[in-house]
Design a protein around this ligand. Structure first.
Ligand SMILES: N=c1c2ncn([C@@H]3O[C@H](COP(=O)(O)OP(=O)(O)OP(=O)(O)O)[C@@H](O)[C@H]3O)c2ncn1[C@@H]1O[C@H](COP(=O)(O)O)[C@@H](O)[C@H]1O
Length: 120
């Protein structure tokens, strides 16, 4: 039986590993393009407001798709969200490597344990 989660998400996705770092590199390159030639550059021309506003809009669209239980829409909107997050990071001069390092650091303990420490 086909798993709907994988079939919806991977139907047209290349099998070669495509990472957040790859997309961040594309975003960093396109950020330097002319705004009339690149959506990324168009957003970056109005940083930090425009990238941040679009990220918020895309987050709401992810929430709507998640609440509707629509896997296809969730996949599509999550892709929009991640792309726009990378633009916001580029605008804020924060590398995805630093974000991933922070996430890796957090794997040392459970989120519940970390939350309990904060409340002390
Ligand atoms: N992954 C993306 C990506 N995901 C979403 N989007 C754009 O994000 C926008 C999403 O906005 P909405 O869904 O709200 O649609 P919209 O109403 O057209 O958007 P607005 O006019 O309101 O901004 C659309 O214009 C999409 O094309 C993206 N634009 C670019 N990329 C990547 O960035 C690369 C470089 O793109 P350019 O910067 O355009 O060269 C591309 O090759 C892709 O790899």
């Amino acid at each position: 039986m086909t798993d709907a989660r994988t079939s919806a998400a991977t139907a047209d996705v290349p099998t070669a590993a495509f990472t957040l770092a790859d997309l961040a590199d594309i975003v960093a390159t396109r950020a330097k393009a002319a705004p009339d030639q690149s959506y990324t550059a168009k957003l970056m021309a109005k940083r930090p407001e425009a990238p941040a506003k679009k990220l918020g809009e895309e987050a709401v669209e992810v929430v709507i798709a998640a609440m509707a239980g629509d896997r296809q829409a969730l996949t599509y909107e999550a892709a929009d969200l991640i792309y726009h997050l990378l633009v916001v990071l580029e605008a804020g001069d924060v590398s995805i490597a630093d974000v991933l390092a922070e996430l890796q650091r957090r794997t040392a303990q459970s989120g519940l344990a970390e939350k309990a420490q904060r409340q002390r």
